[in-house]
Write a protein that binds this ligand. Structure first.
Ligand code: ADP
Ligand code: MG
Length: 892
């Protein structure tokens, strides 16, 4: 079987592991393929899985094999001193070299090679720890030691380490890790400890139980020992005591059987049951909705795993082990299980169709550990001694074959219906008790309330009855009393009545008869009266009817009269309209004549004055007659009243009619007497219409030709009204009319001072800025009139002092226009200069103002002889002028 020197046994082996290369194996330590890194956990089964959740797909996992070399002991040191060791370890290559002879060695490769110096801790970590972790994850696991007696199997697995903690073996350390990982509230750890000797299974925790049967579940293939004692472990200390107890029992049993422990197999079985956290999340009710009820009723999902630690019997051949007192059969029987195990491993390693599991109890017990669903670690123990070279080689070969066995790890989960049912039972009982308590309390409460209510009802009934009785008695008494009183009263009345009745009945009858007669006569009188009243009323009704027809007649007449009146008024207003229309037409005609007629150039002062008068005289005879007739028809008062009419057009027409009338001297007095002048002056102030202003000023100018009227105009503030009219005027004809009116006033001797005092001269002078020759002519006329009156007053001695014209600054304009091209202007100014020059008091101012030269020019050039002479006379009669002329050496 062994290959030549230098060849790796594994590398040359025909049946190399499926899917696992030698190179891959070479560098893989037992720990590196541990549960945490190498295992895939299968998913839990469904609810409908009949309580066992199983997944058929397992995780492949080869049996891991480590070799451990025991240190040389004192006996070996002495005995083997002259011989070379039979093995040599190369832990860095995970190789073991077995010496064949002085020249040849065979090399074997293992998952782990542990030298004589390997600590117990390290052995645990590489051999057992991955298996323990796997068990905690829910997979079955097996750790077993195989080797010749005395090579350290028990040392490796079962050492308690009581003297030295570092000596603790795999079993103690495994339990420590398990207890550290599980939760004692939800998980459980229990232990069985057994010995297999000569195909009989003994319970090391209960020595009386010395033939335990193995039960196999045909469906799942699970092996169980229902007869074995199962101890639940809650702490490490109790576990150690259990182990000690088991050891003691083993020792006692072996003594009894007269054998050694090395000839029996020791099996420790640790059952770990864990609740799976969050397991309920993977399940739901059939329709996919998880209800709270369903949740509360769902059993806990548990994972059950079993760790089996097997300290196998010594692998040496019995005959060689030197045991005595046993028959060969016995010897065969002792090793039956071990050799069956070897055969099974061989079959598995060679993929043989038949694996003789059922040949021994050991193989039946370990059916899961080789070629089954558990994770399995095997440690083979060897010594150095060349004396045991054969046993050592056999052990090595056992290990090599075991390395080829592949397991299929499977997770074992199931629902813990039992504990759920227990829990629910407890809950149900609690609820029943609670319900019973509550029901009792409720019944008691109802009874109490009913009692209370009955007491209250009967009490109320009693009270009510008492009260009613009292009331009844009271009313009865009152009723009796009032009846009694009424009877008494009635008796008394009856008595009185009877007495009265007897005495007065005769008198009463007579009296009543008398009264009846009186009533009858009164009624007759009243009936008669009614009758007469009725006839009177009938009469009155007849007369009332005739009166109302009279009233109707009168009312009709009144209405006719009112209608007539209305008609007449309509006619009057038509006539008035016609009148105004006519007067307007007349005015228009006159205006047309005014504008179209040839310019008149009067040759004297009188003719100038007449120019200011509207040209009534120029009207045709027909019109004159129509106005006169209008005057008579309508009446002056009515026309004047129209000056104040609401309608502006009516006012304009009225003022035009008045102006036309005022143009005729014969009408003037009537107009003034009727208040026309006052109305016209008022119109200047009240109206804003320039036509009204112009026409009214024209009329005033006409009326101002009369001396009496002039005084009236002055007394009524005419200067002020005329000045204001001029100030607001734009039409030169308005200026002309205003200037004409003032010019007329200027010719009144009595009004000189008043006129000047009220600004008449200044008003005249202001109007010259208009520049229209007609206006300038009127201004010049006014100045001439004023100068003439002043001159007259001075001559009569009524005036002293400088001319008011000079005072009011008229001189410059006079000098300026003294030689005006328009003859009417020139003429008036020439006269004015002559009047001013007649008085010595004005001379100086006239010289200063340049008037002297104009006088000289007039005296020489004026076309009118009378004026020329007047100027000359004036110049020569004034000493001042004479002196000045002389001074200027003007020959005069
Ligand atoms: P086995 O169980 O294989 O018959 P044991 O475990 O009883 O062997 O060991 C035999 C002897 O060797 C014991 O005295 C044990 O203390 C000792 N021994 C075994 N292995 C070692 C080791 N690795 N280190 C020190 N002493 C050991
Ligand atoms: Mg032993």
């Amino acid at each position: 079987m062994a290959s030549g020197g230098g060849n790796y046994r594994n590398g040359t082996h025909k049946n190399s592991l499926k899917g696992t290369t030698t190179a891959a194996l070479k560098n893989k330590s037992l720990s590196s393929v541990g549960a945490s890194s190498g295992l895939r956990k299968s998913s839990p089964g469904s609810l409908g899985g009949g309580g066992t959740a199983k997944d058929d797909a397992g995780v492949p996992g080869r049996v891991r094999v480590a070799v451990r070399l025991r240190p040389r002991n004192a006996e070996e040191s002495a005995a083997d001193a002259d011989f070379a060791d039979c093995v040599e370890l190369q832990p860095e290559f995970k190789r073991l070299k077995l010496r064949k002879n002085n020249w040849h060695t065979d090399t074997y490769e293992f998952d782990e090679v542990l030298t004589e110096f390997a600590s117990q801790k390290r052995v645990y970590e590489v051999v057992a720890k991955p298996v323990v972790e796997s068990v905690l994850d829910g997979y079955n696991g097996t750790v077993m030691a195989y080797g010749q007696t005395g090579t350290g199997k028990t040392y490796t697995l079962g050492r308690l380490g009581e003297e030295d903690t570092a000596d603790r073996g795999i079993i103690v350390r495994a339990m420590e890790d398990i207890l550290a990982d599980v939760s004692l509230e939800t998980d459980s750890v229990s232990v069985s400890y057994l010995q297999l000797y000569m195909e009989s299974l003994q319970d090391l925790l209960d020595p009386t139980n010395d033939n335990i049967s193995i039960v196999e579940d045909p469906r799942s293939g699970d092996v169980s020992l229902p007869g074995a004692t199962l101890f639940e472990i809650r702490d490490q200390q109790s576990f150690l005591e259990l182990l000690r107890l088991g050891e003691a029992h083993r020792y006692a049993a072996n003594t009894r059987l007269n054998t050694e422990s090395s000839r029996s197999h020791a099996l420790l079985m640790v059952h770990v049951k864990r609740s799976v956290k969050g397991g309920d999340l993977t399940h739901s009710s059939q329709n996919g909705n998880t209800t709270s009820m369903a949740k509360s009723l769902r059993p806990t999902l548990v994972r059950k795993a079993k760790l089996v630690v097997v300290d196998l019997a010594g692998s040496e051949r019995i005959d060689k082990s030197g045991s005595e007192g046993h028959t060969l059969e016995e010897a065969k029987s002792i090793n039956l299980s071990l050799s069956a195990l070897g055969k099974c491993i061989n079959a598995l390693a060679e993929n043989s169709a038949h694996v003789p599991i059922r040949d021994s109890k050991l193989t039946r017990l370990l059916r899961d550990s080789f070629g089954g669903t558990a994770r399995t670690s095997l440690v083979i123990t060897i010594g150095l001694s060349p004396r045991h070279r054969g046993e050592t080689a056999s052990t090595i070969m056992f290990g090599q074959r075991a390395m080829k066995v592949e397991n299929m790890l499977k997770l074992k989960e199931e629902f813990d219906y039992k504990s759920l049912a227990r829990k629910l039972d407890i809950q149900l009982d609690q609820l029943i008790m609670e319900h019973e308590r509550k029901q009792k309390a409720l019944e008691d409460e109802i009874e109490r309330i009913t009692m209370d209510a009955q007491i209250q009802i009967s009490e109320s009934e009693r009270n009510c009855a008492n009260l009613m009785e009292k009331e009844r008695l009271k009313y009865q008494k009152e009723y009796k009393e009032s009846i009694k009183k009424l009877e008494e009263k009635w008796m008394m009345n009856q008595q009185k009545h009877n007495e009265k009745k007897m005495a007065s009945s005769a008198e009463e009858v007579a009296e009543l008869k008398r009264l009846l007669n009186k009533e009858i006569s009164l009624r007759k009188v009243a009936e008669e009266e009614v009758h007469s009243h009725k006839s009177q009323i009938a009469q009155l009704k007849i007369s009332e009817a005739s009166a109302s027809s009279e009233v109707l007649k009168l009312r009709k007449m009144l209405e006719d009269e009112a209608y007539q009146k209305e008609k007449l008024e309509g006619e009057i207003s038509t006539l008035q309209t016609q009148l105004l229309q006519l007067s307007f037409e007349a005015d228009e005609t006159r205006r047309r004549l005014d504008l179209g007629g040839p310019e008149k150039v009067p040759g004297s002062l009188e003719s100038l004055i007449s120019q200011a008068r509207p040209q009534v005289n120029d009207l045709g005879n027909g019109e004159k007659a129509s106005i006169a007739s209008l005057f008579e028809q309508v009446g002056l008062q009515k026309i004047l009243s129209l000056l104040e009419a609401e309608d502006a057009d009516v006012r304009v027409h009225a003022v035009k009619v008045v102006a036309n009338l005022a143009a005729e001297e014969s009408n003037q007095q009537k107009i003034v007497e009727a208040g026309g002048l006052t109305s016209l002056l008022a119109l200047l102030g009240s109206s804003e219409d320039e036509t009204v202003h112009r026409v009214a000023a024209g009329a005033i100018a006409n009326l101002a030709m009369n001396e009496t009227n002039q005084e009236l105009i002055m007394s009524e503030g005419g200067i002020h009204s005329l000045s204001m009219t001029a100030a607001n005027a734009e039409d030169p004809q308005t200026f002309r009319m205003v200037a004409g009116a003032i010019a007329n006033l200027c010719g009144n001797d009595k009004l000189q001072n008043k006129l000047r005092g009220e600004g008449g001269i200044k008003a005249l002078l202001r109007m010259v800025k208009c520049g229209h020759p007609d206006v300038l002519a009127q201004v010049a006329r006014g100045i001439a009139n004023f100068a003439k009156c002043e001159s007259r007053a001075s001559t009569q001695g009524n005036k002293t002092g400088r001319s008011l014209l000079i005072e009011d600054g008229a001189l410059p304009w006079i000098v300026q226009n003294a030689n005006n091209d328009a003859s009417p202007i020139r003429r008036h100014i020439e006269l004015a200069l002559c009047h001013l020059a007649q008085h010595e008091v004005n001379a100086k101012d006239m010289i200063t103002g340049g008037a002297l030269w104009e006088l000289v020019r007039i005296s020489r050039d004026c076309s009118r002889e009378d004026i020329r002479n007047l100027a000359h006379r004036t110049l020569t009669s004034s000493p001042t002028f004479v002196a000045e002329l002389r001074r200027l050496r003007i020959d005069y």
